[in-house]
Design a protein around this ligand. Structure first.
Ligand code: NZQ
Ligand code: ZN
Length: 390
């Protein structure tokens, strides 16, 4: 463990099949006016909305509703939220939904206290809020496992005008104050979304695992989490009502991206850069974009870190090492990853996400390049990886 770091996470978690019972108590310390942010209405169909409204009532809050937060939330939608916060003097934002709704709540919480072009300042220029800038506190009721947004500072926003999708990782002052995690709330997630969320979790772990070469506790934690995700995914795909599997998936998602397993390490995130560019241009589902490009990307960089990919094969996929070279093991590990993508029904190629040959170049141009993985891609390599992923 050669890196130096500070570890602190301010998000209080309430986990379990009765977690919502704590929502009123969690809301109480915050101001009276709560903005309830949610998506297209799944929470009204599965009863989560009723649970949340009851808790808001019990806590004595007045509620301003902001619905229609879309997957891949946009700058225009963020501006609508900012106007609602300002017009109603909102004291607290409660996000009820998946990563899009929680990311959105964080975006509004920061943008509402900033006089200027928030998209340009925080996302394009990656600025942090100035000390003393007002930030509306956020809480979350998670309904879909995947992003880890419930316990991190990430907020990914899309500008439809310029077709740019950018993630900003804010600090502790923007991370949710609390998150309610009831695995039963995820039972109504359509199977395809569940699978997209599962691959997103796996990708978050791989993005942090495939970087750095010192012996690090963080990597052993990552391997344990990946084993759990693979085992639980198999059970959940067979039986989506398997509480044990769905609860493991929810808990793994939170720990995959709440900063813990990235501590003391460099991290890659190139798969996410590719995925964001694909979503910016096609509006494809986040986790599916990652599944479509991961095998080709990792095959491409495998040669720069054969020992790490060999370790991945053995410790994550249980591939026996005897008599095999690192190269052989590394490629067997990546075959296991591709087989698992097919087995759970994640996207095996970009065509199924609406990507055509003509879109390869614009996607490649919109792909940001990470220089902290095992290899820094050039433009031609990005094009090759996208073509191989079709
Ligand atoms: O609109 P609603 O009704 O909420 O329906 C959603 C949406 O259609 C539905 N859904 C969620 N919970 C449900 C449900 N349907 C039935 N029952 C439930 N219980 O699922 C669909 C997808 O929801 P969304 O929130 O978009 O999914 P996800 O959690 O995968 O979030 C994706 C967004 O998060 C960003 C992604 O880029 C994308 O914009 N990310 C955020 C990160 C972070 N904050 O750290 C990191 C990730 O890498 C990711 O980039
Ligand atoms: Zn992700």
């Amino acid at each position: 463990m050669l890196g130096n770091f500070i570890y602190y996470n301010p998000t209080k978690l309430y986990f379990g099949d009765d977690a919502q019972k704590h929502l009123a108590e969690a809301l109480r310390p915050f101001g009276k006016t709560v903005m309830l942010a949610y998506g297209s209405g799944s929470i009204k169909r599965n009863g989560v909305y009723d649970d949340v409204m009851a808790a808001l009532k019990e806590a004595g809050k007045s509620v301003v509703e902001l619905s229609g937060v879309m997957p891949n939330p946009t700058v225009e939608k963020m501006e609508e939220g900012v106007a609602a916060v300002r017009a109603n003097n909102v004291d607290f934002i409660l996000a009820v939904g998946g990563g899009s709704t929680i990311d959105y709540a964080k975006a509004v919480s920061v943008a509402a206290g900033y006089d200027g072009d928030a998209w340009r300042h925080f996302w394009v220029e990656q600025a942090d809020p100035a000390p003393g800038q007002k930030i509306v506190p956020v809480g979350a009721v998670l309904t879909m496992a995947g992003t880890g947004s419930e316990m991190n500072g990430g907020s990914v926003i899309t500008d439809t005008a310029t077709k740019m999708k950018i993630g900003k990782v804010f600090g502790e002052n923007v991370m949710p104050s609390f998150a309610v995690l009831n695995p039963r709330y995820t039972f109504s997630v359509p199977q395809r979304q569940m699978v997209a969320g599962i691959f997103d979790i796996m990708s978050h772990i791989m993005e942090q695992y495939f970087s750095g070469d010192d012996d690090s506790t963080s990597d052993y934690l990552a391997e344990g989490l990946m084993r759990s995700v693979v085992a639980s995914s198999r059970a959940a795909v067979k039986d989506p009502m398997n509480y044990e599997a769905r609860s493991n998936i929810m808990w793994s998602a939170t720990w995959a991206l709440n900063t813990l397993i990235g501590k003391g390490k460099t991290q890659d995130w190139e798969v996410h850069m590719l995925g964001h560019a694909i979503s910016a241009i096609t509006d494809a589902t986040h986790g599916m974009t990652l599944a479509a490009v991961s095998p080709a990307y990792y095959r491409h960089i495998m040669g720069y870190a054969l020992d790490r990919f060999a370790r991945f094969a053995h410790y994550v996929w249980d591939i026996p090492t005897e008599g095999k070279s690192d190269e052989q093991l590394a490629s067997e590990g990546l075959f296991a990853l591709s087989d698992w993508i097919k087995e759970i029904g994640a996207a095996s190629g970009l065509r199924e996400l609406g990507v055509t040959e003509e879109l390869i170049e614009p996607i490649a141009k919109a792909t940001l390049i990470s220089d902290s993985g095992y290899h820094t891609l050039d433009f031609a390599e990005v094009v090759d990886i996208l073509k191989e992923s079709l």
